[in-house]
Design a protein around this ligand. Structure first.
Ligand SMILES: [Zn+2]
Length: 268
């Protein structure tokens, strides 16, 4: 079966900082990084399995990086039409509204936040201000979720976003809670506005847990992703196909759900 494949979660960095940024991410998670986070390498890896589109993002660890990151992502999207770019902002940014406006005017499609890297509580009043603006401007949110070592993006905090912003489109990364999958499954399922990507997850759970979690969130609410540069595209696809879901379910998770959620038509 030749599936259309969209990679719903990839990080890219400007060439001169890519090596460092990749190394730091590897250290932070104590995981081996498959590649180096530059666009060329992303496409090289994705081509092996025939990825047709990539959601690309990068987060600002300090507020003043926001502007240059958003411009960088937009520039890469111009160079590579297969990129679907997300910008970023920061709860301590001087003007969140202006950041969101910039993201819109650069033609980016959403905002990526990573509470654990950006050191903010996902349900703090400052963060709620971001979600409020995003919801009113209909900008989707991709948010990193979970890490047993911290509480910034704990599933219970992500749940408060889901409850308080029912019209905000939320892509909860890593099946809603990296290494906190039981909590995620309990707290984040059943929200109409929430989808999950399955990146950085399948290597850590057995088949039956993965299938149960995917079904609990809803097969029509899960996106395939590789968390580039962390995982190898070919291996992640193998892990996914080994779950033994039906062809129809594979089709949904590999591409269709993403296109429906982000309203991507053939010409987007
Ligand atoms: Zn990420």
């Amino acid at each position: 079966m030749n599936y259309e494949i969209i990679d719903a979660h990839a990080h890219i960095f400007p060439e001169k900082i890519a090596e460092n940024a990749t190394e730091n991410t590897g250290k932070f998670y104590n995981l081996h990084m498959d590649s180096i986070g530059v666009s060329e390498k992303l496409i090289e890896g994705g081509n092996v399995i025939g990825v047709s589109r990539y959601l690309v993002c990068s987060t600002a660890t300090v507020p003043h990086q926001t502007d240059s990151i958003n411009r960088f992502i937009a520039e890469e999207c111009r160079k590579y039409p297969c990129f679907f770019g997300f910008g970023t902002t920061h709860p301590l940014s001087e003007n969140i509204e202006a950041d969101i406006e910039q993201i819109k005017s650069l033609g980016l499609h959403g905002v990526k936040l990573h509470p654990d890297f950006q050191l903010f509580e996902a349900d703090s009043p400052e963060a709620f201000r971001i979600y409020e603006i995003m919801e009113s401007k209909e900008i989707p949110l991709l948010i990193h979720c979970g890490d047993p070592r911290y509480n910034y993006s704990a599933p219970a905090k992500i749940r408060r976003i889901c409850e308080n912003f029912p019209r905000l489109q939320i892509q909860a990364a890593h099946i809603g809670g990296y290494c906190r999958w039981d909590e995620a499954e309990e707290l984040l399922t059943g929200f109409g506005n929430v989808c999950v990507d399955i990146s950085s997850s399948l290597a850590f759970m057995d088949r039956s847990d993965a299938v149960r979690r995917i079904k609990k969130f809803g097969v029509e609410k899960c996106f395939f992703g590789c968390d580039f540069p962390m995982w190898n595209h070919k291996e992640e696809l193998e892990r996914f196909l080994n779950l033994g879901l039906s062809e129809e379910e594979n089709k949904l998770i590999l591409a269709e759900n993403f296109k429906n959620f982000y309203k991507i038509s053939k010409n987007t």
